[in-house]
Write a protein that binds this ligand. Structure first.
Ligand code: NAP
Length: 294
């Protein structure tokens, strides 16, 4: 991606990430690369916010004229009470990862959901009419479950180690969309789904995350034989054990780097009121790959 020089002067606008920890983030690469490419006078920095201080952080950012913030673990829900309004989908989910400045405060958005959708579309994956298995019931799995229901999935099964958590997510999604298409199951219960049908599987647990490269939350080959497409939300390592097992059983597999890319692009677009051209998105994707040494 060809880049302009990034300048900092009296007009520079600031965006950033609040969370704890934030030290591992790749978001500054996404936003600063886009700003440089566009010649936009904007800089993006990480802000480590200690537990219990997220309200102060949001108030302080507004006072400092910060244009926008991303929000990461553990504040995606805790930050809600400090906002001045929420986008419809974020309100349904009860979690935000992007704050956009308004006259009175910040409005919350969830670009994990829209970013995941854009990533899936760019890989040619469809959700409408699909039968989908979601592994996990944490924050990322919730975003995936809301997305699947909102895009007309035929059936969504949420499989989680802690079945009660899966039940809670299924109930919330069904209530939000007045549907009964989402069902919770224990991790091993995929065996009850019967053979013959093929599913889209979204891997949203943290099992297999670097350095545990040889682990997948389900290790039985019979599970992977049920999968036509596996989408792992993990992007480090680049090829997860889940992906390998999907491919070995004949399915196609994708990792989470494009989700990261597009959740960032969606936030950048909201802050600046622009649309990032797809060719710039793909150039930025190559920059991220380079950064990861791939
Ligand atoms: P989270 O809220 O902490 O949820 C973790 C999930 O993993 C839970 O369902 C948990 O099950 C399950 N889990 C953890 N250890 C397990 C084990 N040993 N055996 C079985 N299940 C286990 O985390 P999250 O925020 O949802 O993130 C989940 C993954 O998605 C992470 O790897 C993260 O890197 C990735 N992610 C990627 C993006 C992206 O942009 N690509 C964005 C967000 C997240 P229990 O409920 O039973 O504890």
């Amino acid at each position: 991606m060809q880049q302009e020089e990034q300048r900092i002067d009296g007009h520079t606008r600031v965006c950033g990430l609040i969370g704890n920890p934030v030290e591992h983030t790749m978001s500054p690469i996404i936003h600063n690369t886009l700003a440089k490419k566009e010649g936009r006078n904007l800089i993006y920095v990480p802000f480590h916010v200690e537990n219990g201080r997220v309200g102060e952080a949001v108030k302080g950012a507004f006072a400092l004229n910060v244009l926008g913030l991303n929000v990461t673990v553990p504040y995606k829900s805790e930050v809600l009470e400090h906002l001045d309004g929420m986008d419809g989908m974020a309100e349904k989910i009860g979690a935000v990862n992007t704050l956009v400045r308004t006259d009175k405060g910040y409005k919350g958005y969830n670009t994990d959901v829209t970013g995941l959708y854009r990533a899936m579309c760019s890989e040619g994956i469809r959700l409408e009419g699909e039968e989908i298995l979601i592994l996990g019931a944490g924050g990322a799995a919730r975003a995936a479950a809301f997305l699947c229901a909102s895009k007309g999935a035929k059936k969504v099964y949420i499989l989680n180690r802690t079945a009660e958590k899966a039940g809670g997510v299924a109930e919330e999604v069904n209530r939000a969309f007045r549907t009964e298409c989402v069902r919770a199951m224990r991790m091993g219960d995929y065996k009850n789904l019967g053979t013959g049908r093929k599913y889209l599987a979204i891997q949203a647990t943290s099992v297999g995350l670097y350095p545990d490269k040889e682990k997948a939350v389900i290790m039985e080959r019979e599970f992977y034989e049920m999968i036509h497409t596996g989408f792992d939300l993990i992007y480090k390592p680049f090829r997860t054990k889940f992906m390998s097992m999907v491919q070995e059983a004949g399915g196609q597999a994708f990792h989470g780097l494009k989700m990261l890319l597009y959740q960032g692009i969606e936030a950048y677009e909201l802050w600046n009121g622009i649309a990032v051209p797809e060719e710039d998105a793909l150039a930025l994707y190559r920059t991220l790959l380079e950064y990861m040494g791939i």
